[in-house]
Design a protein around this ligand. Structure first.
Ligand code: ADE
Length: 334
């Protein structure tokens, strides 16, 4: 990818919004069509409110800083980035399979084979990010998408940190409570091992249908993450349980993947004994599930609540943070 900071740069007017794919406190994700390509090129355009970015990221990390350095088969690619006075826009690969957990909520839980497949692809993505000294930190159901073939793709680098080399240097408390490693709860400082904990939490949820220590009481959840004994249903095989126990180990130094070999240590676990990592990386392993995608603009794998939303994009927003220019937040990848 190439970073260009000279005209002609694209703007939001080069894209026609077709549908809303998602919405949160950050802003919205739209399915968009690149007008110049005659309509056949679809992307997901993430619109972020600057005030949200300022609040959460303390004027530091916009996605492009992280994403423009990243190219991996199981990570959503950034194609363009631009801004208006109040908003930041990221134009990303569109993943028509929707969120992995859209499918998990319908299936209830996944088989060990299917869980292994997604866990392996995500493991490679995390190991790659770690090789760039990026901690993902925000691995959670909403951040794993499926492409049209059924391969996993990580998205949302809002909380990623660059330049972290050990297990104790990043001190910002963030992330989704259910998936937070214990060292993140206590803001003790953390490193790459937090991602192996989150991968374990994700695998646990895929296998059982619920995240580890699940409760709707946030304080109780924090308490359980710190000290409760985790329950494993009977149907989980011994080797899968061993993997989960390794990844969900509280002490980051003792956690599977917490040693100097990072992801290689996780890959060596017997749960992955049958995996051809080369073939997996090359995307020649057939996914266990192919999302139903009727046509290029089919959004049936996204929540109806979003795709039925009106498109209305308004620039009218006068709260603090709006109007600030983000230097370097312009990117054209192709
Ligand atoms: N690419 C990046 N974010 C996406 C999303 N939320 N849905 C589909 N594709 C995406």
């Amino acid at each position: 990818m190439l970073c260009l900071h000279f005209p002609p740069l694209l703007s939001k007017d080069d894209f026609e919004s077709l549908r809303v794919l998602g919405k949160g406190s950050y802003g919205k994700v739209f399915l968009v069509r690149h007008k110049d390509t005659g309509g056949d090129k679809l992307y997901a355009m993430k619109m972020l409110r600057k005030e949200h970015v300022l609040n959460r990221w303390r004027l530091k990390l916009g996605d492009p800083e992280v994403l423009e350095h990243v190219s991996h088969p199981f990570i959503v690619s950034l194609h363009y980035a631009f801004q208006t006075p109040k908003k930041l826009y990221l134009v990303l690969d569109y993943c028509p399979g929707g969120e992995l957990f859209f499918h998990l909520s319908r299936a209830g839980r996944f088989s060990e084979g299917r869980t292994r497949f997604y866990t392996c692809e995500l493991l490679l993505a995390l190991e790659y990010l770690h090789s760039l000294n990026i901690i993902f930190r925000d691995l959670k159901p909403e951040n794993v998408l499926l492409d049209e073939h059924g391969h996993a793709k990580l998205t949302d680098f809002g909380l990623s940190k660059e330049g972290i080399c050990d297990n104790f240097s990043a001190r910002t408390m963030c992330g989704t409570p259910e998936y937070l490693a214990p060292e993140l709860l206590d803001s003790k400082g953390h490193g790459k091992a937090v991602d192996w904990y989150s991968l374990g939490a994700l695998a646990y949820e895929m296998l059982t249908g619920l995240p580890p220590y699940y409760t709707q009481d946030r304080n109780l959840l924090f308490d359980r993450i710190r000290r409760a004994q985790l329950q494993y249903p009977q149907y989980i095989s011994a080797v899968a349980k061993a993997l989960l126990q390794g990844l969900l180990t509280r002490q980051p130094e003792s956690r599977l993947g917490g040693g100097p070999e990072d992801g290689a240590e996780v890959r060596a676990h017997s749960f992955f004994a049958t995996v051809d990592w080369q073939a997996l990386y090359q995307r020649v392993v057939t996914p266990p599930f192919k999302p139903k995608v009727a046509g290029a603009g089919d959004v049936s794998n996204f929540e109806k609540e979003f795709v039925d939303m009106p498109l209305g994009v308004s620039e009218a927003d006068g709260r603090p943070g709006a109007g600030v220019h983000f230097d370097g937040f312009t990117y054209q990848g192709e």
